[in-house]
Design a protein around this ligand. Structure first.
Ligand code: ADP
Ligand code: MG
Ligand code: ZN
Length: 653
């Protein structure tokens, strides 16, 4: 993406910036002055030199400082007054103005201060020579120090802004990056893998931008605003660019977060500027990324304290969207991963009235995305992208692009001229679970426990009828808190799960804890925490969401207020059932878990020999692939039948 030569700056917004910066400065200076004058100690009382001398002689002073230009005397604190009416004394005291604690006289030029010094000595008053001048410096510093710091901060802030802009002061000027005739958008539909539905929906936009006259002649409502919705990394930006590329039109892109500046009015003027530029270059696309940064709802549960700047920007955007007529073939595309927080006003007809959803890619789509990114690379013949796609459920386009990139780096590190399957495997491992921590020390006891735990998962998965096939089991520690993992792999993505399949899943999750239970005679460890949490959640969902309970009937319990796109850890659940029902639910969840625990225990007790066999092999090799497990089991004359599949789940210790 390249910046075109920047458009002429908007002089208005520039002067507006300086004006507001100036006002800020004045305001800060006033505040500092006010605070200072409020907290400054009572000033020394100015007296003449002769009065000063008489004060010295009357013995009222405790200390004298003789400065270059001034002589300051500190008055002895008055002896506590002997009040006769203690009750009313307080109010009277408050009325008395504070007595000065110092007196100050100006030194008469050329006057000898020897007599003064003599007086001080006879009266036993301490004196010093230079404190006043140093305290003058302190005064200056105290007054100007904060100002100086503020000036420096403002300077740094401006300098950084300028650097980010990469040019002279350009507040208010649009930051939109533009591709024009000489620098066409090169992204095409073929660069966007999967997302076929979204691409179909946007075909009309492409057609409109390519032949605007055709649509305008008919006089119908032409498309104007399209909102791309989906989790981060699913290719929203990519798709918007591809639309511009397919239509061969300029592409102005700007991010909502860039609009939010600290000076009021800048965002709005940027919006104005952006639309002006775009109108001159129509047909074209304006792409506003992170629309939620400016378009956050002004009311409702997600409402934030009003931010005048953002509100102005949003209003300007609405005005501009309504303002230009459809004879200008300008399409505004927005992107957000939080459509639920957008202001309703943005979604009204004539604005972002079309929504195109980009979901996480499924198995086939993931393979297609990997293929798109592997296109330009030297890929070895052993590479199985389908397998990689199956290993990466839940990942989005950005993650997959990252994996391909990592794989290429891995190959480069080996000085190989082709990327091999192992490079991809390593990349997947790295992206999913963090680096293998080779240096981490694990005691042999711990290692044995982790091995049995993982093999527990593995053997239960190999035994129950509906589990995903096990692809790999490992006790290599990874950086994300897990001690080992069992990787199960489906042959296709699943959208429906039956009750027996869910129960088998729970059994597999419990397998790790069960193995520890059997091997160490009931002495279990903390290693099963994550497993137990997931098993409990599954059991709960079966009862409360899927109507799979024996005694709870075909109904749901609780209303889940969870955003479709934003899985927060604080997703709220509204309880709409009684305490008695809650007890029933808990009992049923518990009963199911207990039953499945016992089932897993029966399986592993019966396969105790296999458990020992595989666990000791795992301790030796640290990682066992599916084929090795099968070989070990069949040489031990055990025959297993592979089971049909569902979704990948990686079970961590
Ligand atoms: P979003 O804007 O939704 O956060 P991006 O469009 O910025 O996601 O995607 C980031 C990168 O991920 C893209 O540059 C591209 O390399 C890759 N990517 C995402 N989705 C796809 C896809 N469907 N096909 C190919 N690459 C994709
Ligand atoms: Mg993006
Ligand atoms: Zn586990």
């Amino acid at each position: 993406m390249a910046n075109n030569p920047s458009p002429s700056p908007n002089p208005n917004s520039n002067s507006r910036f300086w004006k507001s910066a100036f006002i800020y400065l004045i305001w800060i200076a006033l505040t500092v002055w006010l605070i200072r004058s409020m907290y400054a100690p009572p000033q020394a009382k100015q007296v003449s030199y002769s009065d000063f001398l008489s004060e010295v002689n009357s013995g009222k002073l405790s200390q004298v400082n003789i400065g270059e230009r001034k002589i300051v005397g500190v008055i002895k604190p008055p002896a506590p007054a002997k009040t006769k009416q203690p009750a009313k004394g307080k109010t009277e005291k408050a009325a008395v103005p504070p007595q000065p604690t110092k007196i100050e006289a100006t030194r008469v030029p050329g006057l000898d201060i020897a007599p003064l010094v003599q007086d001080l000595q006879t009266k036993h008053i301490g004196y010093s020579g230079n404190m006043p001048s140093s305290s003058e410096w302190m005064d200056l510093l105290i007054f100007w120090g904060p100002m100086l710091i503020i000036f420096i901060l403002i300077g740094v802030f401006m300098w950084r802004l300028q650097k980010r802009r990469g040019g002279p002061m350009s507040f208010g000027r649009t930051l939109a990056k533009m591709h024009d005739g000489t620098d066409r958008v090169t992204t095409r539909y073929s660069d966007v893998a999967g997302a076929e539905e979204a691409k179909m929906e946007l075909r009309e936009v492409v057609d409109f931008l390519s032949h605007p006259a055709k649509y305008q002649r008919l006089g119908g409502r032409t498309p104007k605003g399209v909102l791309l919705v989906g989790p981060p990394g699913t290719g929203k930006t990519l798709l918007a660019k591809a639309v511009a590329g397919e239509a061969g039109v300029p592409f102005f892109s700007i991010s909502g977060s860039e609009f939010v500046e600290m000076f009021v009015g800048v965002g709005a003027s940027r919006v104005r500027d952006l639309f002006q530029q775009a109108k001159r270059r129509s047909p074209c696309i304006i792409f506003i990324d992170e629309l939620d940064a400016i378009g956050k709802s002004r009311a409702g549960p997600q409402a934030v304290p009003t931010n005048e700047e953002r509100e102005q920007t949003l209003n300007q955007l609405l005005v501009e969207m309504d303002g230009f007529d459809t004879s200008k073939a300008v399409i505004i595309m927005g992107a957000t991963n939080r459509p639920e927080v957008l202001d309703r006003a943005l979604l009204r007809p004539g604005r972002f009235d079309r929504q195109v959803v980009l979901d996480r890619p499924d198995l086939k789509e993931r393979e297609a995305i990997l293929r798109v990114h592997a296109r330009k690379l030297q890929i070895g013949s052993d590479v199985d992208l389908k397998y990689i796609a199956a290993e990466t459920p839940g990942m989005v386009g950005a993650d997959l692009a990252n994996i391909v990139n990592e794989a290429a780096l891995n190959a480069a590190r080996r000085n190989a001229d082709q990327i091999e399957q192992r490079d991809f495997e390593q990349a997947v491992d790295r992206v999913t679970m963090g680096f293998e921590k080779k240096g981490r020390l694990i005691s042999p006891d711990e290692k044995e426990r982790v091995a049995y735990h993982e093999v527990g998962h593995t053997l239960v998965a190999l035994t129950v009828p509906n589990a995903d096939p096990v692809r790999r089991v490992s006790i290599v520690p990874r950086s994300i808190g897990s001690l080992g993992h069992t990787l199960q792999l489906p042959e296709r993505d699943r959208y429906l799960l039956t009750e027996p399949e869910l129960e088998d899943r729970i059994s597999v999750l419990l397998g790790g804890r069960v193995a520890e239970d059997i091997i160490y005679n009931g002495i279990v460890s903390t290693g099963a925490n994550d497993d137990l949490e997931r098993a409990t959640m599954l059991s709960r969902e079966m009862s409360t969401r899927y109507g799979m309970g024996k005694h709870l009937g075909s109904m749901t319990y609780g209303i889940s207020h969870e955003s479709q796109y934003l899985k927060t850890p604080f997703s709220m659940e509204e309880k709409n059932y009684s305490e008695r029902t809650a007890e029933k639910i808990d009992g049923e969840i518990r009963e199911r878990l207990d039953r499945l625990y016992q089932r897993a225990k029966a399986i592993l007790a019966q396969r105790r020999a296999d458990l020992d066999l595989i666990a000791s092999a795992l301790m030796r090799q640290e990682t066992l692939e599916a084929e090795e497990i099968q070989r070990l089991l069949s040489t031990a004359h055990q025959e297993r039948t592979p089971a049909p599949q569902h979704e990948v789940s990686s079970t961590q210790a």
